[in-house]
Design a protein around this ligand. Structure first.
Ligand code: CA
Length: 232
């Protein structure tokens, strides 16, 4: 955070209209904005200013945004929100696997963008802290310290693998976790292609945690990409 106490957002985007729009809207909401049109300058500004959050366009004139994500992730863990015209599932998955925290597809609405930003900033603020308190989302309580899950006050019995899946989503709550990331963390690196495992376990979790499993309130699918545990 800057000395003025404002949250600093670095915008790396080569389209001047979008940059201007972001600048005006975000500055109006009290964010301090740094901006650049090139990947090279974006990388150097990320390193020199260590912004609280980076909004990154993937299609830049001088570099691919994916390489920027990888370079920043080599040294930093600031949230990276990808803003992309690449709407294909594969592109979103690749960006998330490279270390992006979330993505918004162009054309985008400012309300959605800022809601996603708030989740990432909140998450970053608690990341790494030893937080013994339980995560409470609506009627769902997930107590990672005690390995306990309660739904409307009643203990829910989960198998170890179901719990492990939920725990990964809980630690990332509000953010998309890709199939690959879930498989890597819950099953291990040799299983990263077995995305049907994840689908089966999410079905089981939903049948235990959701009032209407086909219309989930907590465990949201990002089709072709992964899953997200809602944050509120
Ligand atoms: Ca672009």
């Amino acid at each position: 955070m800057s000395s003025a106490g404002k949250v600093t957002v670095l915008v790396v985007e080569d389209e001047p209209q979008i940059r201007r729009f972001l600048h005006t809207s975000l500055a109006g909401q009290g964010y301090r904005i740094l901006e650049t049109a090139t990947g090279r300058e974006g990388l150097s500004m990320a390193a020199s200013h260590t912004p609280d959050l980076v909004i990154l366009d993937l299609g830049l004139p001088d570099m691919d945004g994916l390489d920027i994500i990888r370079e920043v992730r080599a040294w930093g863990n600031m949230p990276i929100l990808v803003l992309t015209a690449r709407g294909k599932e594969r592109d979103k998955v690749t960006a998330l696997d490279a270390g992006a925290d979330d993505y918004v597809t162009k054309p985008f609405g400012m309300a959605e963008l800022t809601a996603r930003m708030r989740v990432l900033l909140r998450h970053a603020a608690t990341r790494g802290l030893d937080d013994p308190s339980a995560v409470i989302i609506g009627g769902l309580t997930i107590d990672l310290a005690r390995r306990a899950v309660l739904l409307d006050g009643t203990r829910v019995r989960l198998t170890p693998r179901e719990y492990a899946t939920l725990a990964v989503l809980t630690r990332a709550r509000g953010k998309v976790v890709t199939h690959r990331q879930l498989l890597q963390e819950v099953w291990g690196p040799e299983f990263v292609e077995q995305s049907h495992y994840v689908r089966i376990y999410l079905q089981r979790l939903r049948s235990k945690l959701e009032a209407i499993p086909a219309r989930p309130r907590y465990l949201i699918s990002e089709p072709g990409v992964g899953y997200r545990l809602v944050d509120e």
